[in-house]
Design a protein around this ligand. Sequence first.
Ligand code: FES
Ligand code: FE2
Length: 352
Amino acid sequence: MTDNILKQKTGTDDAPRLTLPAQWYHDPDIYERERRQIFAKEWLLFGHESMAPDPGTYIARTIAGWPLLVIRGQDGALKGFHNVCRHRASMIVEDGIGKTAALRCMYHSWVYDMDGQLKMAPGFCEDDATLCSRTKLFSIHLEIWNGLIFVCLADDAPDFKAALGDLPAVTESVDFTAFHYHDMATHTIGCNWKTYVENYSEGYHIPYVHPGLNKEVDFKTYRVVTGDKIAQHLSQPREHRKDDAINDGLWVWHWPYAALNVYRNGMNLELMVPTGPEQTTLYYYYLFKDLADKEANDRTMAMSREVTDEDRKICEIVQKNLRAGVYTQGELSPRHEGGVAYFQDLVREKVK
Ligand code: FES
Ligand SMILES: [Fe+2]
């Protein structure tokens, strides 16, 4: 995580560092490769423990076309499944955060227990005992680190600690278990998921795209440093905003699609979820230490909405030109776009 590493990864004046080809941002074949080589194989940040606190509470979300379900069982442990019924492939529950007494499929009412075992198939045949004994939901790997839930769809999951990379090191001052889920927001954006991750991975655009944010942070001090599987934003608030800046915190992106935005009074767990070759849905989960401090919490969420609307606009404009056909590749700034370069290196390695 040094400037030297940054320089190596972003090239030099003699050897400019080029972006990924524009085609990678709309080609259905590349998208399919990313679904299978990245999202079906890597550990993915999925949520925070406080989003499913009691037995029967669940989080269901479709990530890059994979409907997934994490539910807290009667034994208090979280379990992860593909959200697909073994009968005729309906999702068991719709995407969202909720609570249920039983995992009852929405199509023909098959009922699974919270370990994924089929318990009942109403009206299927005279005696469904043997059907139940041989039928189980597809499970996925699940790990919890510092209050954060991660899942992995691969049969042989890669080492979890290695997948965290430098996330524990750069967030060592933050106790994520102290935060409590408060509210969520989704934003559907007409761009490839990489367009959005890359936009997140640099502060180069802040003075030009985010006038409000630019009043808080001192752009001269802004840097993005990369480590193993992470990119961290470093900045100082402007002198006169030292006491009241909302964004005086920690922003970290974690491979492949998650970000932890920690503010003074809370955090936003941000997932940049691919929902098509040219569509991304942002999931924002707002977590606070003090849920009663409504005024401060509302101010934080309002700031986040303002910045997101600005990012949405610029990412959709960029996406239009990535698809149009004139632009094929550009050069990345050695000073500002080390995070973009690192992300593109990881994508290239997986998709090749
Ligand atoms: S698809 Fe689930 S019960 Fe038929
Ligand atoms: Fe931005």
